[in-house]
Design a protein around this ligand. Structure first.
Ligand SMILES: Cc1ncc(COP(=O)(O)O)c(C=O)c1O
Length: 404
């Protein structure tokens, strides 16, 4: 929730710029808008942080990953390798693109592993939709090796990992296209919003057209624009972009503070409870540090810790293993492909039986995982209070005083 902790006069100023012109639409209206272009500025700010050549602000992170897949060439009949641990939007986007999700194993990075990807490849595999989970990053060197070896398209859902990087390259920019979410729960928020990034001009153009009913945005008469492709309305409004712009400017500072808070907590906990480990960060310096991802030795001890912390009224953490949105165990609607109507997936051969998936490593990792949201506004006392309760509860659980 870092972004929302930091609302202030900067957000208000950007929003008022838009309100003063009354032009809430991101395109055209040159004469009335007094040179106020918040969506463009928001995109430029994202490019400044990530180094992306192209950025397209859209209505949500879900729209951004959908556009990234479609613009990268993923469509009907293509198998796309996906993780079982992500927000459901990743899987929905693959299905809406007309493609077939194939679930592969994650590892302690909380992201797909190179080994997991390689095992899931079939002759129909076209792409990998890699998700950088919980503010961190996947193990990119090994994953890029597999992607190159099998000539696959790499699309990155960095919905939770804006501003995280690996060896100097920002998440979202390792493959053909990537996406970030700026919804209410991210390191920076636009209220609702997302950004697709790419270094490839053709991919950018396809996404730009696709996200605005195919409009090519040439000239200054919207009614006379050409439509190179069919698309839909995934536009961001100037008001949302104005908030996203002010928030994105805060991200370098938030990331810096988050990293310090995370390090402080982890060191304190590790010093006291040796059995606790943390998710693996292939490049610690690039962590956006929005979560402290604690790994207990096994699933029962993680469940006991969750129960004990709940009992003490300690909140601010996610136990994804039983969370309805982020782990495959609860995705019955997806396993049963329950769309309101028939969709391309219903007519295609599926190389996996979604109701009987065998993903033991993912089950083991997510079963052990408890993610604590890092707050940028934490005081020393608040961090000490949280660390104290985690340490006390973990010690009790691990000495077998609590077994569920
Ligand atoms: C990994 C991931 N992808 C996509 C999304 C979707 O983003 P939005 O809520 O902006 O549509 C989220 C949101 O939580 C996410 O965590």
């Amino acid at each position: 929730m870092a972004g929302t902790e930091k609302f202030g006069k900067e957000e208000l100023k950007e929003v008022m710029d838009v309100m003063n012109t009354g032009i809430l639409f991101r395109y055209n209206h040159e004469a009335q808008r007094n040179n106020i272009w918040k969506a463009k500025e928001f995109e430029n700010e994202v490019k400044k942080i990530t180094g992306a050549r192209y950025a397209l602000a859209v209505s949500s992170g879900s729209a951004a990953i959908y556009a990234a897949l479609v613009a990268s060439g993923v469509g009907y009949g293509d198998e796309v390798i996906v993780p079982p641990f992500t927000f459901v939007a990743t899987i929905e986007a693959v299905l809406l693109a007309g493609a077939i999700p194939v679930f592969a194993e994650i590892d302690e990075t909380l992201c797909l592993s190179a080994e997991g990807i390689e095992k899931a490849i079939t002759p129909k595999t076209k792409a990998v939709c890699l998700v950088h989970m919980c503010g961190g990053m996947a193990d990119m060197d090994s994953i890029l090796n597999v992607v190159k070896k099998h000539d696959l398209i790499l699309v990155e859902d960095a919905g939770q990992a804006f501003a995280s990087s690996y060896k100097g390259t920002y998440t979202g920019l390792f493959g053909k296209a990537g996406s970030y979410s700026f919804d209410f729960f991210k390191i920076a928020t636009a209220g609702e919003g997302g950004v697709m990034v790419t270094n490839d001009e053709h991919t950018y153009k396809m996404a730009e057209y696709f996200c605005d009913h195919g409009h090519n945005h040439e000239g200054n008469n919207r009614g006379m624009e050409q439509h190179p492709v069919i698309g839909f309305n995934f536009r961001i409004s100037e008001l949302h972009a104005a908030v996203g712009l002010a928030q994105t400017r805060r991200v370098p500072e938030i990331k810096n503070i988050n990293q310090k808070h995370k390090k402080y907590l982890q060191t304190k906990i590790k010093n006291e409870v040796n059995e606790i480990t943390f998710s693996r960060l292939p490049d610690e310096s690039g962590d956006s540090a929005t979560f402290m991802n604690l790994l207990m030795p096994d699933t029962p001890s993680a469940q006991s810790l969750v129960q004990d912390l709940n009992k003490k009224g300690i909140g601010g953490f996610n136990y994804w293993y039983t969370n309805m949105y982020h782990f495959i165990n609860q995705w019955d609607h997806i396993k049963e492909l329950k769309f309101p109507n028939k969709m391309p997936i219903h007519y295609q051969h599926k190389s996996q039986d979604y109701k009987n998936l065998d993903l033991p490593k993912s089950q083991e990792v997510v079963g052990r995982l408890i993610s604590f949201g890092i707050r940028v506004t934490w005081t020393q006392e608040e961090m000490d209070h949280l660390a104290h309760h985690i340490i006390e509860s973990a010690k009790t659980v691990l000495s077998n005083k609590i077994v569920i």
